[in-house]
Design a protein. Structure first.
Length: 569
C-alpha cells in the first residue's frame, strides 16, 4: 500500500471531513524528517459492502496526524497529568497485524464486559412489564394509571440523573462509578421483592431511575478510551444488542420464574425481581475487577501482569490519539467546572443533534408498546403474548447490526438515520388505514414490523460523540443528548390516548407527521453541518501554512469551534 512521503510537514485538519469522517491533512513544505506513516488504501483495495478495505498485514498502520508536525505536535502533546502520557510516542509505528490483534483483544476484554453490564441494566428495566403479566397490579391493589405513573417517574428520574451521574463519573472515574451504580440499583431491584403497595412501588421506580441514569453515557465515555471514532459505532451496535438479548432472555426467564407463584406463599413476580436483582449485584461487584481505569492501568493486586504489554499500550494510546488528539485534554479523574459546563451547554453547533434526539424514535416507540396488546386481542395468554413478542426483538437485533454496519461501510450518519424514518412511514400509514374490520393478524404483522425497526440509535450516539470534540465536552454533551432521548420517550408514551382508542387514528396522524418532520430535520442538519465545513474549508485553505500555524498557536477557540475542525454528518 502507498505511504506518506517521509519528508513532509503536515498541517492537520484534525477531524472527520464532510463525507468520509476520516482525518485530512494538507501537505506544506518539505522541511521535517519524520518516520514513515501509513498511507491511504489503494483504489483496488477499496471497501465493498461486505468487507472492509484490505491491508497488507505487515505494512505500516500508523496514520498521519497532528503529531507529525513539530508545531502542532506541541499544541496537542498530552499533558503530564494525563494517565496515559508515559506511553505517548509521536515516532511510534506499528503494523496492521499488530493493530488488528490489539483491537480483537480489546473487544474480548473490554467490549464483552460492557455488553454484560448493559445486559443487566436492561434486564432490570424490562422485568416490570413481565411482572405485570403475573397479576402484579392486582396483588398490590394498583391500577394501570398507577403503573403508567411509575413508568413516567422512572423516565423522569432517569433523565434528571443523566448529567449529575456523568459529572460524578468524570470526577471519580467510570471504572469506579459504573460498578457502584450497578450495585446500588441491584439492591433497589431485589428490594422489590418486599413491595407492599402504590407508595413503595412509586418509590422504587424513582430510585431505580436515579441509580440507572447516566449509566449509558458513562459506558460510552469509557469505551472511547479504547476505540477510535470509526470503530466505536459498530461496537455500540453490539452494545445495544444486549438490549434485545435482555428482553429475549428475560422473557424466557420470566416464563420459568413466574411459575414460582405460591412458593412460600409469595407471588412469582417477587421472585423475578429478587433473582434478577441478585444477578445484577454479582455482575456489579465483578465489574470493580473487570474495568481497568485506562488502557495503561490494567495492573492490579489481583492482576499483577496486567492485560497488555508495554508495546501494546504504546500502540493503543498512540492510535487513539492520532485519531482524536483531544482525548488527552482531561485525565480520567478530572472533574468539570461550572464555567466549562456552561460553555458546553452554549455550544449551538450541537443543538441540531440534541433536537433530533427528542423526536427521531417517537414514530416507532409508541406503536411498539402496543404489540402485546394486539396479541391479547387475539386471545393469547399473558405468557404466550410475551413469547410471541420475541420475533420483533430478533428482527430488531438483526436490523440493528445490519444498519450500523451499513453506516460504517458507507461512512455516513444521516443517510442511515433517515432510513429509520423511511422504514416507519409506510407502516404508520398502513396502521392509519386500518378499520375495526381489519384482521387482528394484519395489525399484529404491521406492529411487529414497527417493533422490529432498525435501531440506529448507536449511530446517532457515536455521531454526537464525534462532533463533541474533547473528553470534557463529550462527557456533558452525551448526557444532554441522552436527556433529550429520554424526554422523547415521555412524549412517545403520551401520543396514544384513551379517547382515541382502539384504532388511535389521531395518534397515528401525529406519528406520521413526526416521521415527515424528522425527514425535514435530518435534511436541514445535513445542510447545517455541510455549510459549516464548506465555510471553514474555504477560510482554512486561503490561509498560508504560516497563518494556519499562527492560528493554532494563538486561538482561544476550543473543540469543535476550531477552524480546523470538521463536523461529521
Amino acid at each position: 500500500m502507498s505511504t506518506v512521503p517521509s519528508k513532509s510537514l503536515y498541517v492537520a485538519k484534525d477531524v472527520s471531513d464532510s463525507d468520509s469522517g476520516s482525518d485530512k491533512f494538507s501537505p506544506a513544505e518539505s522541511v521535517l524528517e519524520v518516520p514513515t506513516v501509513g498511507g491511504p488504501v489503494p483504489l483496488k483495495e477499496t471497501r465493498s459492502f461486505w468487507r472492509k478495505p484490505k491491508h497488507e498485514l505487515d505494512s505500516i498502520a500508523t496514520q498521519p496526524s497532528v503529531f507529525d508536525d513539530p508545531v502542532t505536535l506541541e499544541l496537542y502533546r498530552p499533558p503530564a497529568i494525563w494517565e496515559n502520557a508515559h506511553r505517548f510516542d509521536p515516532s511510534a509505528r506499528w503494523t496492521w497485524r499488530e493493530e488488528y490483534r490489539i483491537v480483537r483483544k480489546i473487544d474480548l476484554l473490554i467490549m464483552v464486559w460492557a455488553f454484560i453490564m448493559f445486559f443487566s441494566l436492561d434486564l432490570d428495566r424490562s422485568n416490570l412489564s413481565q411482572a405485570n403479566t403475573d397479576n402484579f397490579l392486582g396483588d398490590l391493589k394498583m391500577t394501570t394509571n398507577d403503573f403508567n405513573l411509575g413508568n413516567t417517574l422512572f423516565k423522569l428520574c432517569f433523565l434528571i440523573a443523566e448529567l449529575p451521574s456523568q459529572l460524578v463519573s468524570k470526577r471519580v472515574g467510570p471504572d469506579v462509578w459504573i460498578p457502584t451504580q450497578m450495585v446500588l440499583w441491584s439492591f433497589v431491584c431485589l428490594a422489590q421483592f418486599w413491595l407492599t403497595g402504590r407508595g413503595s412501588f412509586l418509590a422504587t421506580r424513582c430510585l431505580l431511575g436515579f441509580m440507572q441514569g447516566g449509566f449509558i453515557p458513562d459506558v460510552i465515555l469509557y469505551l472511547s478510551y479504547f476505540y477510535t471514532k470509526t470503530e466505536l459505532p459498530l461496537r455500540l451496535a453490539w452494545f445495544w444488542v444486549s438490549n434485545y438479548m435482555a428482553e429475549i432472555i428475560g422473557a424466557f426467564l420470566a416464563t420459568g420464574l413466574l411459575r414460582l407463584r405460591g412458593v412460600g406463599g409469595k407471588a412469582g413476580w417477587r421472585y423475578l425481581f429478587l433473582i434478577e436483582g441478585i444477578l445484577t449485584l454479582v455482575i456489579g461487584i465483578a465489574s470493580f475487577f473487570m474495568m481497568p481505569p485506562s488502557p495503561t492501568q490494567t495492573k492490579a493486586w489481583f492482576r499483577p501482569k496486567g492485560w497488555f504489554t508495554e508495546r501494546e499500550e504504546v500502540i493503543m494510546i498512540n492510535r487513539v490519539l492520532r485519531d482524536d488528539p483531544t482525548k488527552s485534554n482531561m485525565h480520567n479523574r478530572q472533574g468539570l467546572t461550572i464555567k466549562k459546563i456552561w460553555n458546553i451547554l452554549k455550544d449551538w453547533r450541537m443543538w441540531p443533534i440534541y433536537s433530533l434526539g427528542i423526536v427521531f424514535m417517537v414514530p416507532v416507540t409508541t406503536p411498539q408498546t402496543y404489540l402485546t396488546l394486539s396479541l391479547r386481542h387475539l386471545g393469547y395468554s399473558t405468557t404466550q403474548s410475551n413469547l410471541l413478542s420475541i420475533p420483533s426483538k430478533v428482527l430488531g437485533m438483526l436490523l440493528l447490526l445490519l444498519f450500523c454496519y451499513f453506516s460504517e461501510v458507507i461512512n455516513s450518519r444521516i443517510s442511515v438515520l433517515v432510513l429509520l424514518q423511511l422504514w416507519a412511514l409506510p407502516l404508520l400509514i398502513a396502521l392509519y388505514t386500518f378499520t375495526s374490520q381489519t384482521s387482528q393478524w394484519a395489525y399484529y404483522a404491521v406492529v411487529t414490523l414497527i417493533a422490529g425497526f432498525p435501531y440506529v440509535h448507536p449511530v446517532q450516539v457515536a455521531w454526537a460523540s464525534t462532533n463533541s470534540a474533547g473528553v470534557g465536552t463529550r462527557t456533558v454533551s452525551a448526557s444532554i443528548y441522552n436527556m433529550f432521548v429520554q424526554a422523547g420517550g415521555i412524549v412517545a408514551a403520551n401520543i396514544y390516548r384513551d379517547d382515541d382508542k382502539p384504532l388511535y387514528k389521531r395518534g397515528n396522524r401525529v406519528l406520521i407527521s413526526i416521521a415527515v418532520l424528522n425527514l425535514v430535520l435530518y435534511g436541514l442538519t445535513w445542510l447545517f453541518y455541510r455549510g459549516i465545513n464548506k465555510r471553514r474549508d474555504r477560510i482554512w485553505n486561503e490561509w498560508t501554512a504560516k497563518e494556519q500555524h499562527e492560528y493554532l498557536e494563538t486561538t482561544k477557540d476550543e473543540g469543535n469551534a476550531k477552524m480546523n475542525f470538521r463536523f461529521a454528518y
